[in-house]
Ligand binder design. Structure first.
Ligand code: AMP
Ligand code: ZN
Ligand code: FE
Ligand code: FE
Length: 280
């Protein structure tokens, strides 16, 4: 069974609409795809509606923005109740803060580059706005060749244009996800080229106490040493091991199915989750 449990649609910062993503998953020969847009569940319905025609099973999820001591961490949450008030409120707060933060970054960037806030809005569906949308505006303005180049420049965490946004504490987020009947998995925990500092092992230990199920080990932002370190940490904490493409459509080189989740981990997520998979 080919399971790619972590992808993005245009409901956050991917470029495929959810139904297009499902068709792309079928073309890539996937049996199961996880739609995990940042801080939202808004794409679930459209993706679910495309299950019968594509024959691809849908794993409903969200990639939750978290931060601990100024260090960003992404938490994948699967099969939780989308009506859960505490979680929905946290998502809304994070999206709101993403918007304010993007505006702040655009104000700073606009001093040196020819982009406006309207240009950035035009690159998104206006939901869960992130740096990739600013990157797209910079590319459209001709300032950079592609998203990658923009991320290496004014969008880098180390750049003077960078601004932070509100995000949940990752331990609290694990507890919230479990309280909503969901199953949390830490996304790319060792992706060190994204930011200089990583979340310390003690935080992952506390997350494990709070219900964390697995670490994403096989991810293109992890080099061989990162994968070894993540696998060791998962072993030490008794956590499962996952893998994914973190597909973003045309916005990134990540290809659907380039890394996969083992079937027994999916089985456990389905056992523990409040929602079923959406099957053809
Ligand atoms: P944000 O959530 O606004 O801080 O932006 C981070 C998002 O940008 C992550 O979800 C990544 O998928 C994406 N991202 C990070 N680095 C790059 C890159 N070099 N090219 C394209 N997208 C990137
Ligand atoms: Zn993203
Ligand atoms: Fe992520
Ligand atoms: Fe992601």
């Amino acid at each position: 069974m080919r399971i790619d449990p972590h992808t993005h649609s245009s409901c956050s910062d991917g470029t495929d609409a959810p139904a297009e993503l499902m068709r792309a998953a079928a073309q890539a020969g996937l049996d199961v795809v996880g739609l995990t847009d940042h801080d939202t569940t808004i794409g679930w319905e459209e993706a679910a509606a495309a299950v019968p025609s594509t024959g691809v099973t849908l794993l409903r999820g969200t990639e939750i923005s978290c931060a601990a001591g100024g260090v960003t961490l992404h938490l994948l949450a699967y099969l939780f109740d989308p009506e859960d008030e505490a979680l929905a409120e946290a998502f809304a707060h994070a999206r709101d803060s993403r918007g304010t933060r993007a505006q702040r970054m655009v104000e700073r960037i606009a001093v040196d580059y020819p982009i406006t806030w309207e240009d950035v809005l035009a690159q998104s569906v206006g939901h869960a706005i992130g740096r990739p949308h600013i990157a797209d505006a910079l590319v459209a303005a001709g300032s950079f060749e592609n998203r990658d180049a923009a991320f290496a420049g004014p969008l880098a965490v180390s750049s003077p244009y960078y601004a932070h946004y509100w995000a949940l504490d990752p331990v609290e987020a694990c507890a919230l996800v479990r309280a909503a009947g969901g199953v949390p998995v830490a996304a790319h925990p060792r992706a060190s080229q994204r930011q200089r500092r990583l979340v310390p092992d003690e935080t992952f230990a506390a997350m494990a106490e709070a219900g964390l199920a697995a670490l994403e080990v096989d991810h293109r932002d992890h080099g061989p040493a990162d994968r070894r370190a993540a696998r060791d940490l998962a072993d030490r904490l008794g956590l499962g091991v996952s893998g994914s493409s973190d597909y973003h459509g045309a916005g990134k080189p990540n290809r659907l199915g380039e890394n996969l989740m083992p079937p027994d981990l999916l089985e456990r997520i389905v056992d523990e989750g409040a929602l079923p998979l959406v099957t053809p």
